[in-house]
Design a protein around this ligand. Structure first.
Ligand code: ATP
Ligand code: MG
Length: 425
C-alpha cells in the first residue's frame, strides 16, 4: 500500500524565508517596544494543568467550551496546550510569589493553541504578543497598556487600525446591567442562536459580541452599559478617555466590546483593521481585577492585552501592497576556479565585518546566471571577479539598485574587505 504523504496538521503553518525574516523583525521591534515601557519578558510552559484554564478563562468561554487541546499524559494528568497566556502568567507569578512586591510589568510572545475551524486569520496554532500589568487599580495603567499596543500599530503606520474602548462595569453595577440585558433578550430568545440561549442566564453580556446573524438585530437594539455604570466605574472610564485624548490616541467608544473571557471588568478594548474583514480584531485586552484572587492570590488589580501576530502580519502585508523588500548585502561572483579561490577568503572576511548578508554561489555559471541569483537574494551589490579582473588586479563592484559599476583594486583579503565595507556603507 502506498504511504500517505505527510502534511502539517490542519490550521498550522510553516514559516520560510523571506517571510520568516519579517517575523523576526516584528519580534525584535516588540522586544524593543516592551523594553521602552519597562516590561520584562516572561516565558511559561507550552502546556498547563487543564484546571488552570477552566478556572482562569471561564467555563462559558469559547476557549473552554470548545477550543482546548486537552490530553491525558502517561501519568493520567489532564493537560492542555496553552490557549491563552494570562492564566499561565498569573499562575507563574503566584507560584513564585512575585506579586508580593507588586507592581509587576510583564510581556510575553509565543504560540497559543485553539481547536478552531481554520480560515483566514484563524488557526489552530497561532502566536500572541501580550502584556500584563499588575498592581495598579487606576486608569493610568489602562492607558499604559493601550499605548503600548497602539504604539506598535503606529510604528508601522497602519492608518486603518481602529481602537475601540468600552467599560463593562464592576460587581457593583454589572448586576443592574445584567438584569436589563436579560429583560431585553428574554422575549427574543426563541429566534436567537443556540449559543445565545445557553449563555444568556450565566452571562448575558457575552451575547453582545455574538457574530451569529440570528442574534444581531437583538444585539443592536440592546441597552448599553453607559447608563448603568456606577459612579466609580464612570469616573474610571471618563479619566481613561481624557488620558487617551491627551496622549493623542484616537479611539471610538463601542458598547458592543465585551471580550470573550469571563474575568474582565471595567475597561475593555480591541483594535480592529479593515485588512482583517468584518468583526475581526488583531488585539484585545482590558482590566481583570478579580482574576488574581480567583486563582488563589490576594486582591491585586491587573490590566493587559493580547495581540495576534498572524493577524498583525496580515495587516502589514495589506499595508505594503506587495512592494518588494529593500535590497541589502553583497553577492560575490567568481567567474572561474581561479577567481573563486581569490574570493572565498574575501567572503569569509566580509561575513565577519559587514552588517548585512554576503552571498556566494560556488558553481561555475555565466555572469548572467550569477546576477539572477543576486536578484533572487535581493542583494544590493554584486562583487564580480573574472579572468580580466584577475589580470588587471581589480574587481567590479556593481550597485544593483543604481545600476552603476565601480572598479576597486583587488588587494589582499583583509584590506579588500575593509574597502568593500566602506564602499557599501
Ligand atoms: P475572535 O473573536 O477573533 O475569536 P478572541 O476574542 O478569541 O478573537 P483573544 O482571545 O482576545 O481573541 O485573543 C487576542 C488576539 O489573538 C485576537 O485578537 C487575535 O488577533 C488573536 N487570535 C486569537 N485566536 C486566534 C486564532 N485562532 N488564530 C489566529 N489568531 C488568533
Ligand atoms: Mg476566539
Amino acid at each position: 500500500m502506498p504511504e500517505k504523504s505527510l502534511s502539517a496538521p490542519r490550521g498550522t503553518a510553516d514559516l520560510f524565508p523571506p517571510e520568516s525574516a519579517r517575523w523576526s523583525e516584528l519580534e525584535a521591534r516588540i522586544h524593543r517596544l516592551a523594553a521602552r515601557f519597562g516590561y520584562g519578558e516572561i516565558r511559561t510552559p507550552m502546556f498547563e494543568s487543564t484546571d488552570l484554564f477552566v478556572r482562569g478563562v471561564g467555563e462559558l468561554s469559547d476557549i473552554v467550551e470548545k477550543e482546548m487541546y486537552t490530553f491525558d499524559d502517561r501519568g493520567g494528568r489532564s493537560l492542555t496546550l496553552r490557549p491563552e497566556w494570562t492564566a499561565p502568567v498569573v499562575r507563574a507569578v503566584l507560584e513564585r510569589g512575585l506579586l508580593a512586591q507588586a507592581p509587576l510589568r510583564l510581556y510575553y510572545i509565543g504560540p497559543i493553541f485553539r481547536y478552531e475551524r481554520p480560515q483566514k486569520g484563524r488557526y489552530r496554532q497561532s502566536h500572541q504578543f501580550g502584556v500584563e500589568c499588575f498592581g495598579f487599580p487606576g486608569p493610568e495603567a489602562d492607558l499604559e497598556v493601550i499605548s503600548m499596543a497602539w504604539e506598535l500599530v503606529a510604528d508601522y503606520r497602519m492608518t486603518d487600525a481602529v481602537l475601540h474602548v468600552n467599560s463593562i462595569g464592576d460587581s457593583a453595577c454589572r448586576p443592574m446591567y445584567r438584569n436589563a440585558l436579560l429583560a431585553h433578550f428574554a422575549p427574543h430568545l426563541p429566534s436567537m442562536s443556540e449559543d445565545a440561549r445557553r449563555r444568556v442566564e450565566r452571562n448575558p453580556l457575552r451575547l453582545l459580541d455574538s457574530k451569529d446573524p440570528a442574534d444581531l438585530p437583538y444585539v443592536e437594539s440592546a441597552p448599553t452599559f453607559e447608563e448603568f455604570l456606577c459612579a466609580a466605574c464612570r469616573e474610571h472610564f471618563e479619566a481613561l478617555k481624557s488620558y487617551l485624548v491627551l496622549a493623542g490616541i484616537p479611539f471610538v467608544v463601542n458598547p458592543r466590546i465585551v471580550r470573550g473571557l469571563d474575568y474582565y471588568g471595567r475597561t475593555v478594548f480591541e483594535i480592529t483593521s479593515s485588512a482583517l474583514g468584518a468583526h475581526s480584531s488583531v488585539c484585545g485586552g482590558g482590566r481583570y481585577d478579580d482574576l488574581v484572587r480567583s486563582l488563589g492570590g490576594t486582591d491585586i488589580p491587573a490590566v493587559g492585552f493580547a495581540l495576534g501576530l498572524e493577524r498583525f502580519v496580515m495587516m502589514l502585508r495589506a499595508h505594503e501592497g506587495g512592494a518588494e523588500p529593500p535590497r541589502s548585502g553583497v553577492q560575490a561572483i567568481a567567474l572561474g576556479a581561479q577567481a573563486r579561490a581569490v574570493l572565498v577568503p574575501v567572503v569569509a572576511e566580509l561575513r565577519r565585518k559587514l552588517d548585512a548578508p554576503t552571498y556566494m554561489d560556488y558553481q561555475d555559471r555565466k555572469l548572467l546566471a550569477h546576477l539572477k541569483i543576486a536578484d533572487r537574494n535581493r542583494a544590493r551589490y554584486a562583487l564580480i571577479v573574472g579572468s580580466e579582473e584577475l589580470t588587471a588586479g581589480e574587481l567590479v563592484l556593481r550597485d544593483l539598485e543604481k545600476r552603476s559599476d565601480r572598479r576597486l583594486p583587488l588587494a589582499a583579503g583583509g584590506v579588500l574587505a575593509e574597502l568593500l565595507v566602506e564602499a557599501t556603507a
